[in-house]
Design a binder for this molecule. Sequence first.
Ligand SMILES: [Zn+2]
Ligand SMILES: [Zn+2]
Length: 351
Amino acid sequence: MLRCYQVAAFGKPLVLTEKPLPQPAGRQVLLRVECCGVCHSDLHIWDGYFDLGGGKRVVAAANGSLLPLTPGHEITGTVVSAGPEAVQAKAGQRRLVFPWIGCGTCPPCRDGNEHLCAGAQQAIGIFTDGGYASHVLVPDEQYLLDIGSLDPALAATYACSGLTAYSALKKLGRLHADHSLLIVGAGGVGLNAVALAQAMTGVAPIVADLDPAKRAAALQLGAKDAIDPRADGALKALLKATGGVMAAVDFAGSDTSFGFGYGALRKGGHLVTVGLLGGTATFSIGLHVMKGLRVSGSYVGSLTELRELLALAQTTALPPLPITLAPLDQATASLEKLKAGQVVGRIVLEA
Ligand SMILES: [Zn+2]
Ligand SMILES: [Zn+2]
């Protein structure tokens, strides 16, 4: 049997459901779930909407028509069986699932950017049943990645929070040693970025977060400094200490976090914005032009980028992200903890 914890009604406790094990067809692969990270996006699916700011909302799970839906898109597991057309998947292989699956035929999908699919998205745990379960059916073996000797709980977080951090930092490129990098927001994704920053940009980041526990975690992961952006004169002090930062990533996405990241940029600076807290922004177009600033949006990442991240993690000593393991039957309680802002790093469910 397949046991799963499903969103049956938005905002209500997840419901334990049992179904017969699916039989993989074509190039499909059935995995026994080992680990599944609990992501902030799971909260949006649970609540039923993503807040776009200014009163605009995107309703999750296709207006509820996909309910009941099993969340969970940070999945490692072991291959149980594969369809007759699968050539690489073999029973017993331990794999990480790339969940950001698109239609495969629209222009972004054809460019290898399935995470930016403009057609019928099939992202696992968002549009199709995910990893809060004993088993998950993956639509094609090409979405399975070998994690080598990586810890399966840590590797699970690479499918979303790690990949999101990787893709955002990659947009900044390598920085000169005397340039500053600011990371706003040290939740699960932000901390993954702190862990990756030195290896990817060549610079240890300055981290801004309201929560002292998250600032402490950031310092442990190698942040150069950790500041409270709400402290009196925090932005002024940062500008004075750095002369303005050349690169910033906003992992929160609120009016204030964007304002802090954007306001911290020096001439020629680049802000990558990632968080989905529902902020809106206004800024002077004239100053934006004269300072030669850049703002980029970054949403999760591509299959190629996830391969690059796994290769980096296997060849570079990255500081370990704090992970709290919890049994699968703690799925609802874990979402509640995340919602209350009580999670430092990642909760990973063990099936
Ligand atoms: Zn996620
Ligand atoms: Zn597509």
